[in-house]
Design a protein around this ligand. Structure first.
Ligand SMILES: Nc1ncnc2c1ncn2[C@@H]1O[C@H](COP(=O)(O)OP(=O)(O)OP(=O)(O)O)[C@@H](O)[C@H]1O
Length: 233
């Protein structure tokens, strides 16, 4: 479950920067204002709104890249305000993130990109090999295991990024404009993977400007405008 209660975010504050500190209050305007909503575990939501509305900022709060300047954020049963800093890495491992620009490591093969989160978490090599291979089969990339990201199409790179985001079986998956760099067929294939994660029980939030895709797959949505939640349903 994801729960926001009266959440505000200003960049440039110690909380907004994600850094601890005793800095003076920032005079920067709030980019997220008084957001309150709950996303049930296992739900799928679009995150919609014009450019600058605050979609990426909201997703950054959900995947713990930022902390709110005010209000309460609860992710997967953890209230961030009371959470010990030491508890955050374990919580982060339960959250998968997909970006518009893929963010694959260019010097690592497709296989090693997907295996990386498991290596960081110290999984045994035999298990992680099997899991990474299974995820890449699922994403339709079993023939690309040894390829470097630059040799793949945009759609293939994004499918690698999704395999990497879900290989640790996250309970929450957030995608920030995941089809922004893709053509229609590739975008649909990427969305199908995100929807399949939802069907498997993952809470999924997808920020997008892709109106055609949303029209083809109507579903619950959070609408932001100028940092406010203007519609939820
Ligand atoms: N690191 C930052 N520092 C200061 N202000 C920022 C930062 N990142 C975003 N902003 C501001 O926060 C507001 C919301 O930006 P955000 O990127 O969250 O919107 P968005 O809805 O995702 O936009 P887009 O659809 O164009 O990606 C904007 O006014 C933006 O300029």
């Amino acid at each position: 479950m994801v729960r926001f209660e009266h959440v505000g975010l200003r960049y440039g504050t110690p909380a907004g920067s994600g850094q601890p500190g005793q800095g003076k209050p920032s005079l920067a305007p709030e980019v997220l204002r008084d957001l309150s909503f709950t996303l049930p575990q296992g739900s799928f939501h679009w995150l919609l709104g014009p450019s600058g509305a605050g979609k990426s900022s909201l997703l950054a709060l959900m995947h713990l890249a930022l902390r709110p300047s005010r209000g309460e954020v609860e992710i997967l049963g953890h209230r961030l305000a009371g959470a010990r800093r030491a508890a955050l890495p374990a919580l982060r491992r339960r959250i998968g993130v997909v970006y518009q620009d893929f963010r694959l490591l260019p010097h690592l093969s497709v296989f090693d990109n997907v295996a990386l989160p498991m290596r960081v978490a110290g999984r045994p090599e035999a298990q992680l090999r099997a899991d990474a291979a299974e995820m890449l089969r699922w994403a339709g990339l079993e023939r690309k295991l040894t390829a470097l990201p630059a040799t793949l199409s945009g759609g293939e790179q994004q499918r690698v990024a999704i395999a990497r985001a879900v290989v640790m079986r996250p309970a929450l998956l957030v995608a920030d404009e995941p089809t922004g760099n893709l053509d229609g067929p590739q975008a649909r294939r990427v969305l199908a993977l995100l929807q399949e994660m939802h069907r498997l029980g993952t809470t999924v939030v997808v920020a997008t400007h892709a109106e055609t895709l949303v029209a083809e797959h109507p579903g619950p949505a959070l609408w932001l405008a100028e940092g406010r939640l203007v519609r939820h349903g």
